[in-house]
Design a protein around this ligand. Structure first.
Ligand code: HEC
Ligand code: HEC
Ligand code: HEC
Ligand code: HEC
Ligand code: HEC
Ligand code: HEC
Ligand code: HEC
Ligand code: HEC
Ligand code: HEC
Ligand code: HEC
Ligand code: HEC
Ligand code: HEC
Ligand code: HEC
Length: 451
């Protein structure tokens, strides 16, 4: 059948329906009821199919009693099932489904899976309202988790899905994250402004958020502050769990989100602040246990000491500390002795030797390896390279910041005592009057005789 003929037939049918409506209105007034029933071309009488046409929405052909347009009348008045409902509907509606994705019941011509052919309390003669229609076939558990997404709670499946067909996967109204940005406009703008996007966000918001409902806040499958992270970063879960020195910074109310943004960030590694500022946002106070200061106020230390060590000038606390904890003292990336004395072994000082040459403490005599020498006598070797009582780097240097040159400390804890160092730098050497010995000097050109 060509299109022209279909149209003509449709127009004819419409004409027929309109004619039938007029006929009925007149017939109902003029003809007594039982007579009307006998001659009624429709099957609707007080006794038969009496409810037909009583619902709020009645399908055009049914409203005018044109039962036989769809139903084959049989002599015995037996109901003959309609074999191809889809074709039947299309005889009048001529719905062409050309989208890339067609909803299976539509594809299969199961129009009555959703539409009542006759009438219904709901618009478009639907079999149910809002989500109830969809739940005829789909598991209502989909929207049944504790946290239900706004539009789903309102029953609006069709704000996101098209019931018949769509050019996009999953019958969605738009592609990928655009579905979400349609309503969460603010996020679209905010996300565009930031430099770093968390990989799964590019993949799709639904990598983390269930668009319908989820057992945890924000429709997440797990607590978004940590468990969710571990679902993908599973290597980290094991790693962090087994560490000897844990960072209490991971255990605040916000857990991982104290430092990371799950979506986008201005800073690498999804950090919510410039890295050093981030550390100092918590380390701007002393942490105490009883009367004892267990962690010093690093922000104040940095404010009071202007000579910053290289990595701190670069705002890179993670150069030395593992922010998630480590097996080393003070969650350092590499070993570094905790105390004033330690037997010398280069591996004890791996932290410093990540960036500095270990030869500064290994050659007894040198004229090049270190400025801390008296003539060619390597004073690093003298102090550090001893067993069991080698002086550790901390005895003289501070890893963060000092007011002295060469990151020499003013004083160093020695048991309960703050042992002073009294370092003075000169053009060609220096001198110290520490709590360890009398005033000693050193000079790289003309060795000082300290005896
Ligand atoms: C637009 C087409 C159409 C019209 C008009 C129509 N029907 Fe139907 N009817 C259907 C379809 C489709 C089915 C479901 C058939 C199936 O699943 O096999 C159906 C099913 C039925 C059934 C059996 C199931 C049920 O709902 O109880 C009856 C009875 C019925 N129709 C009566 C009528 C009467 C009476 C009229 C006229 C007032 C009418 N129909 C008008 C399409 C139509
Ligand atoms: C005999 C012709 C005919 C057949 C067959 C037919 N319809 Fe209709 N349908 C109509 C007419 C006429 C209207 C009213 C048109 C209008 O109001 O714009 C209508 C209206 C509708 C509407 C409401 C449309 C709107 O925009 O409000 C839906 C939904 C619908 N039909 C679904 C179906 C389904 C599903 C089938 C198959 C079971 C079907 N129709 C079969 C003639 C038909
Ligand atoms: C999964 C449920 C579902 C199935 C199956 C379905 N529809 Fe619909 N249909 C709807 C809903 C819901 C609407 C309401 C309007 C909307 O949201 O687009 C609708 C609206 C309509 C309309 C009126 C609006 C329009 O788009 O013109 C027609 C006509 C229609 N459907 C015809 C059909 C036909 C013909 C079939 C079978 C080929 C069919 N539908 C199968 C759910 C369905
Ligand atoms: C008559 C049964 C029926 C009804 C009613 C129904 N669906 Fe479906 N739907 C199916 C079937 C069958 C599939 C394919 C199997 C599956 O994915 O479960 C499907 C698949 C889907 C899919 C996945 C499509 C894809 O490309 O993977 C979506 C989304 C969907 N339906 C949404 C809806 C929405 C929204 C409603 C309500 C407007 C609805 N369905 C009502 C039967 C139905
Ligand atoms: C906020 C938009 C939105 C709303 C509202 C919504 N959905 Fe979805 N739905 C989606 C997205 C996005 C997907 C694809 C998820 C994915 O790819 O993992 C989807 C997928 C589906 C699927 C396919 C599931 C699968 O595993 O393939 C079904 C079925 C479905 N939705 C049904 C519904 C029903 C029923 C409702 C109403 C209760 C509804 N949706 C409301 C966005 C929505
Ligand atoms: C039709 C509009 C609409 C669409 C599309 C939409 N949302 Fe929503 N979303 C809302 C509304 C409304 C809320 C509730 C806001 C509130 O309560 O403040 C919400 C809340 C949320 C929340 C916070 C949850 C909560 O309980 O407060 C998340 C997360 C979310 N949406 C993610 C998504 C994702 C992911 C998508 C894309 C799959 C999406 N939204 C698509 C309207 C939408
Ligand atoms: C890696 C997982 C992940 C991905 C992917 C993701 N989110 Fe989120 N989202 C979260 C977490 C975790 C929270 C909770 C944040 C909090 O509690 O501060 C959240 C919260 C939200 C909220 C509610 C709180 C707020 O910030 O307004 C919205 C809305 C939201 N996400 C939208 C989106 C959208 C839109 C996308 C895709 C462009 C997306 N999310 C992708 C993990 C994710
Ligand atoms: C759906 C899986 C998934 C979830 C959930 C997830 N991530 Fe990711 N994340 C990735 C992938 C994939 C990458 C990129 C590959 C990589 O570096 O391992 C990544 C990278 C990262 C990065 C490094 C970014 C960079 O610039 O290299 C950080 C930091 C991160 N995620 C933190 C988190 C946090 C915190 C959470 C919990 C709120 C989380 N992730 C949840 C998959 C996920
Ligand atoms: C105290 C702040 C802080 C907390 C809390 C935190 N991180 Fe990090 N995270 C960082 C910093 C800083 C980096 C960058 C390290 C670097 O520059 O090498 C980072 C890097 C990462 C990376 C990418 C590099 C890598 O190590 O694989 C991932 C993934 C990551 N964090 C996941 C998490 C997860 C999951 C949690 C919660 C268990 C978490 N983070 C908690 C500060 C934190
Ligand atoms: C969200 C707050 C917070 C952030 C951000 C934070 N920390 Fe911490 N940090 C703590 C808390 C709390 C402690 C434990 C204090 C205590 O022991 O009472 C701690 C302890 C430490 C310790 C001592 C660990 C030990 O047990 O010896 C170091 C070192 C440290 N943090 C370094 C850092 C660095 C480097 C950063 C930035 C990557 C950082 N912190 C970011 C809260 C934070
Ligand atoms: C060059 C390596 C290095 C860098 C870079 C570094 N640290 Fe440290 N940090 C250490 C060492 C070594 C210790 C142990 C010092 C000690 O016990 O004397 C330490 C100890 C700490 C402590 C405990 C302080 C105490 O004694 O109570 C905090 C807090 C701390 N660092 C925070 C930071 C912050 C914040 C940054 C970045 C601004 C940072 N660190 C950068 C090496 C470093
Ligand atoms: C991540 C690399 C890195 C690590 C680890 C590191 N340093 Fe440094 N250090 C530097 C850089 C870069 C400079 C040069 C800038 C400056 O003067 O701070 C420097 C300079 C120094 C200086 C002064 C040099 C001069 O000529 O002024 C001393 C002393 C020093 N570091 C001691 C240490 C000690 C002790 C450790 C171990 C606790 C250590 N460093 C760990 C990078 C590092
Ligand atoms: C007894 C005190 C003392 C100890 C212990 C000590 N240093 Fe030094 N260090 C100095 C002095 C003093 C200078 C300054 C030399 C100069 O330029 O006059 C210095 C300079 C440095 C420099 C700058 C480059 C150079 O060698 O001149 C580095 C790097 C350095 N020390 C690293 C270390 C490391 C790593 C340790 C531990 C393995 C360590 N120091 C232990 C006193 C010490």
């Amino acid at each position: 059948m060509d299109i022209g003929r279909t149209k003509i037939i449709n127009i004819f049918i419409m004409f027929f329906i309109v004619a039938a409506i007029s006929f009925f209105s007149v017939a109902n007034i003029l003809v007594p009821k039982d007579v009307a029933a006998a001659e009624n071309p429709s099957c609707v009488t007080d006794k038969c199919h009496a409810n037909m046409g009583k619902e709020e929405y009645v399908h055009g052909p049914a409203s005018v009693g044109q039962c036989t347009i769809c139903h084959e009348p049989t002599a015995k008045h037996e109901f003959t099932p309609i074999t191809n409902v889809g074709n039947l509907c299309n005889e009048c509606h001529d719905k062409q489904f050309t989208g890339k994705n067609i909803h299976p019941p539509v594809q299969e011509g199961d129009c009555t899976g959703c539409h009542d052919p006759h009438q219904s309390p709901y618009e478009f003669f639907l079999l149910g309202e809002g989500e109830k229609l969809c739940f005829i076939c789909h598991d209502s558990g989909l929207a049944g988790e504790k946290h239900v997404h706004g539009p789903v709670a309102e029953g609006g499946c069709s704000v996101c899905h098209s019931p018949h067909e769509s050019d996009f996967p999953k019958l969605l109204m738009a592609e990928g994250n655009d579905v979400c940005f349609y309503c969460h406009e603010d996020k679209a703008d905010a996300f565009q402004e930031k430099k770093h996007m968390h990989y799964p966000v590019e993949d799709g918001c639904v990598e983390c958020h269930n668009p319908h409902s989820g057992p945890f806040e924000n429709n997440l499958a797990a607590d978004g502050r940590r468990e969710l992270c571990f679902a993908c970063h599973d290597d980290m879960q094991e790693h962090v769990g087994e560490l000897k020195v844990k960072h209490a910074g991971l255990e605040t109310d916000k857990l991982c989100l104290a430092c990371h943004d799950p979506h986008v960030a201005d800073y690498a590694n999804q950090l919510i602040m410039q890295p050093a500022e981030l550390c100092l946002s918590c380390h701007d106070r002393q942490y105490t246990s009883g009367d004892k200061v267990v962690v010093a106020d690093m922000k104040t230390i940095l404010e009071q000491n202007k000579n910053y060590h290289g990595p701190i000038q670069q705002n890179d606390c993670s150069a030395c500390h593992n922010p998630h904890g480590s097996n080393n003292f003070r969650m350092l990336q590499e070993p570094f002795p905790e105390l004033f004395y330690a037997p010398y072994q280069a591996s004890n000082y791996n932290l410093c030797f990540m960036c500095h040459e270990n030869t500064i403490a290994e050659e007894k005599l040198t004229t090049t390896l270190t400025g801390f020498r008296n003539g060619d006598q390597n004073l690093h070797f003298v102090h550090v390279n001893k067993s069991p009582k080698g002086r550790t780097c901390r005895s003289c240097h501070d890893a963060h910041a000092t007011n002295n040159p060469k990151h020499l400390r003013d004083e160093v804890p020695f048991g309960a005592w703050q042992l002073p160092i009294n370092f003075e730098k000169t053009e060609t050497g220096g001198k110290c009057l520490p709590g360890c010995h009398q005033l000693f000097g050193y000079d790289r050109g003309k060795p000082v005789n300290n005896r």
